[in-house]
Write a protein that binds this ligand. Structure first.
Ligand code: HEM
Length: 424
């Protein structure tokens, strides 16, 4: 594989100059009406999006905003599912809604296959990844993940108050994905910065966003160089050697998929672990029940994923279409809030309650349709091990200061800071 740094510049900078995408104005600030001016970047949404989504589900089938150059927001399970399954009218060529739409020529591959790919390319790009994420493949990572969780709790060193998000939830997926990709474990904190820039930097001016995204790109390119020199048994070497239709992958495909795994694998799972601990810190009865009956944990995990689903994904409209009376125009965004689908009372009994032994639970936390999460077995393993170790070592805990808890804004929502008081 020929890789030089000129390629990196081409990738981010020339591509946009030669084939410009659509830029729109940066619009932040208070929402006047959630049905006609919604924004998932505002503090109210980050703090508690559920009442907003519940109200919208009753008020209008599909909310709209002129922000981000025009975007739509379905909130019922059925509408979200219908759009997620309709790849003809709704493209994945960009899945993080922001002020910049990448050029249409990027489809059907997109910048980070397979999540940014449309059919027919999507199928093969996804198939390539599946063997690395089967239940069996993931089970080999369980023992090191467990040992790492214990080492994080050892590092609490007898303190009464710890940040369960920064010192625990966020650390676990960073270490797991760094090991899988064969990156130095001490680079973990950088990944957090990369993920923040990708997911929360959408209101930055386009040039600054390009500059920040380039930092991630150069980091990954350096890893590709290093793996070309010293191949080893990890996902990066696997992608470098992988073939599609008898040809090695383009370097842009390799780096794009590495970007996806790094971003999809870290903040998402950290948010799920953090939100579960937040729930248990606030609900002593559920916490005590799980300590006494650890066999309930698999059901509880599915319920935490349903009730606190961290991920919303975006689509771009491929051609003018009327969907449930919404007159959607080519290149409008549609935000798919899987968390809202999971709270739709038409789909789930007592949808707004967290019932840790709920037994029928076909939730949409991992998405719906052809892009359903490839990493779901890995995410479930990390979530289970993280909670098992925590409950074994820190059976009694509560929020140290509810007002100090903060949540990330944007398409991946989870606790940023989560100070908890550990009981003795
Ligand atoms: C609790 C943790 C996680 C949640 C809630 C989650 C959620 C999702 C969702 C909702 C999608 C669908 C995207 C769409 O509709 O466009 C998705 C796709 C994907 N996820 Fe995850 N994810 C998690 C963890 C992971 C992990 C740990 C990995 C791997 C390291 C991963 C890799 C992927 C990949 C590769 C796709 C793209 C699949 C495709 O396009 O065919 N995810 N995830």
């Amino acid at each position: 594989m020929a890789v030089d740094n000129r390629f990196a510049q081409d990738h981010w900078e020339k591509r946009d100059r030669e084939s410009p995408g659509r830029h729109s104005e940066i619009v932040t600030g208070p929402v006047s009406d959630w049905a006609s001016d919604f924004s998932h970047m505002e503090p109210e949404w980050a703090a508690d999006p559920y009442p907003i989504q519940d109200e919208l589900r009753l008020r209008c089938p599909i909310a709209h905003t002129a922000r981000f150059g025009g975007a739509w927001l379905p909130t019922s399970y059925d509408d979200i599912a219908a759009i997620a399954h309709d790849t003809e009218h709704f493209s994945s060529r960009a899945i993080i809604m922001g002020n910049f739409r990448p050029p249409r020529e990027l489809a059907p591959i997109g910048g980070s296959p397979p999540i940014t790919s449309d059919p027919p390319f999507h199928h093969d790009a996804r198939k390539l990844l599946l063997p690395a994420f089967t239940k069996t493949a993931v089970s080999t990572l369980e023992a090191p993940t467990r040992a790492f969780c214990h080492s994080l709790i050892d590092a609490f060193g007898g303190r009464d108050v710890v940040d369960a998000a920064a010192e625990y939830a966020h650390q676990i997926p960073m270490r797991v994905i760094a090991d899988m990709l064969g990156f130095p474990p001490e680079d973990g904190p950088q990944f957090r910065e990369f993920a923040k820039n990708t997911l929360e930097g959408i209101n930055l001016p386009p040039q600054e966003r390009v500059t920040r995204m380039s930092a991630l790109f150069y980091y990954l390119l350096a890893q590709v160089h290093e793996h070309l020199e010293k191949p080893r048994d990890d996902l990066t070497t696997f992608l470098i050697n992988a073939e599609l239709n008898g040809r090695k992958l383009d370097v842009s495909h390799v780096v794009g998929t590495m970007t996806l795994l790094l971003i999809a694998g870290t903040d998402t799972t950290a948010s799920a672990i953090g939100a579960s601990l937040w729930h248990l810190a606030k609900n002593p009865r559920d916490r005590e029940r799980l300590v006494d009956q650890p066999e309930l944990l698999p059901l509880a995990i599915e319920e935490f994923l349903r009730a606190y689903a961290p991920v919303s994904m975006a689509r771009l409209v491929t051609q003018d279409v009327v969907f449930r009376e919404a007159e959607m125009k080519t290149d409008d965004w549609v935000l798919l809030p899987y968390p809202a689908a999971n709270r739709d009372p038409a789909q789930f009994d007592r949808a707004d309650e967290v019932i840790i032994d709920r037994d029928v639970n076909r939730h949409a936390a991992f998405g719906l349709g052809i892009h359903r999460c490839v990493g779901s077995h890995l995410a479930r393993m990390e979530l289970r091990v993280a909670l098992e170790v925590w409950l074994e070592r820190v059976a009694s805990f509560c929020l140290a200061d509810a007002s100090a808890v903060s949540w990330s804004a944007g398409q991946v929502r989870g606790p940023h800071t989560l100070p908890v008081r550990i009981g003795r």
